[in-house]
Design a protein around this ligand. Structure first.
Ligand code: FAD
Length: 406
């Protein structure tokens, strides 16, 4: 039993415990996670860790001894399957109960799986956990051709790493462009061209009909038009489903995620939810209820929940930001571009350093900056102010964005 029990030892869970101790919370804290590792950073799983450029120790959120030194108990390999909000306790899959005063639900999401025939063959991989990544890395020596299903950030990053490792990648996207959910067409086309220039066979508007296999192992995919694409490995990056079943069963409000208020409280007493699984009203999305899948959001909501637990004034109002590394391209985004009605491109995409400014009713709502950190840093203020600017000045890359904030 603990004063604060955190379920999920990922980004949000780790940060919630760290923030509580930083704010001098003296009660007992336990984190229960279903993975076998101490909290680690997830973004490198499709970047430096997958590429073999960073060992696991360097992606740990804190060294192992940190947790014991701060008297934060970490229970690994413990999956919570039931929450009893009245009795204030949780049940673990492998038996045992754990009582709490306050519960922080920080379980992220489970990768969406294929549902087509052949979806259960071995050799089909998700990229969500270290175990997923290690399973792929162990096989890479024997793999030459990889089919990546899904042209979102994770699929594209995995394609970039695999290409750098000398693999032939066939990337299949069902929509008519990659990154369709998160970016404008100009950015999608830029990334498509970059991948193709490096040899990725990137196809849009294609649907996988089934995964084909031999002896229980995937040997490729068949598209709905009948074409067969051979591959020794299939990677699926088609999004996540928020991991909220136990809370939903306990009666928490929400549908796509657990609904939380601006202090990250769920509708259940003494239960908070943070990170990828938390559906919240976001000012940067015109007060729509959304889930954000980013390290920034997990960390900021963790801090909000910690403050709320300590009775400190707080309210979630963080500026969304995100990054993606593919080849030598560093994309940094700030704000949320959904709902934009115009864009301005600063710089020349053919120089591989440019920014896209998203506008709504002449106000800046978001920026996507490719190898353009200065714009990202300075543009942040424009997004936060929802600055009204003139497009001529915005499009002149020689005019620093900070000069446009009036
Ligand atoms: P997680 O970090 O996923 O942690 C949740 C933990 O809870 C997991 O360990 C999970 O196994 C565990 N869990 C789930 N259910 C239970 C249960 N019932 N009982 C116990 N434990 C449970 N974001 C960025 O901002 N930039 C990036 O470049 C970026 N790249 C990414 C690349 C990859 C490959 C992935 C997978 C994600 C990436 N993200 C990136 C997203 C970012 O990692 C997530 O938004 C972030 O990890 C969310 O934190 P979280 O605490 O909500 O969930």
């Amino acid at each position: 039993q603990a004063n604060v029990l955190i379920v999920g030892a990922g980004h949000g869970g780790a940060q919630a415990a760290i923030a509580l101790r930083q704010m001098k919370f003296t009660g007992s804290i336990a984190i229960a996670g279903d993975e076998l590792e101490y909290p680690y950073e997830r973004p490198p799983l499709s970047k430096e860790y997958f590429a073999g450029d960073k060992p696991f120790e360097r992606i740990m959120i804190r060294p192992e001894k940190f947790w014991a030194e701060r008297e934060i108990s970490i229970l690994l390999g413990r999956r919570v399957v039931e929450v009893d909000a009245t009795a204030h306790c949780v049940n673990f899959e492998n038996g045992g109960k754990f009582g709490y005063g306050t519960l922080i639900w920080a379980t992220g999401g489970a990768p969406r799986k294929l549902t087509c025939p052949g979806h259960d063959l071995t050799g089909i991989h998700a990229v969500r956990t270290r175990a997923d990544c290690d399973a792929m890395m162990q096989q890479l020596d024997r793999v030459q051709r990889v089919v990546v299903i899904g042209g979102g950030f994770i699929g594209l990053e995995a394609a970039a790493v695999l290409t750098k490792l000398g693999k032939h990648v066939i990337l299949l996207e069902a929509l008519d462009r990659v990154l369709a959910r998160v970016a404008c067409e100009e950015l999608s086309r830029f990334y498509e061209a970059e991948h193709r220039a490096r040899g990725v066979d990137l196809r849009t508007n294609v649907m996988v009909g089934r995964v084909i296999g031999e002896y229980g192992r995937a040997t490729g995919v068949q598209l709905v038009d009948g074409e067969i694409i051979d591959a020794e490995m299939v990677i699926v990056g088609i999004g996540i489903t928020p991991a909220i079943e136990p809370l939903a069963t306990a009666g928490a409000d929400g549908s796509n995620g657990v609904s939380v208020d601006d202090q990250c409280r769920t509708s259940l007493p003494d239960i908070f939810a943070i990170g990828d699984c938390a559906a919240h009203v976001n000012a940067f999305a015109d007060n729509a209820t959304i889930r954000l899948e980013s390290v920034q959001n997990a960390n900021d909501q963790a801090t909000v929940a910690a403050k709320a637990i300590l009775g400190l004034p707080t309210e979630y109002a963080a500026t969304p930001w995100f990054w993606s590394n593919q080849y030598d391209l560093k994309l940094q985004t700030v704000g949320l571009s959904a709902g934009y009605d115009d864009i301005v491109i600063r710089g020349d995409p053919s120089n591989r350093s440019f920014s896209i400014v998203y506008l709504k009713k002449d106000r800046v709502i978001a920026l996507d900056c490719v190898n353009a950190t200065k714009d990202y840093v300075q543009g942040r203020k424009l997004v936060e102010a929802r600055a009204k600017t003139n497009t001529a000045a915005l499009s002149d890359a020689l005019v620093p964005l900070k000069e446009l904030l009036v």
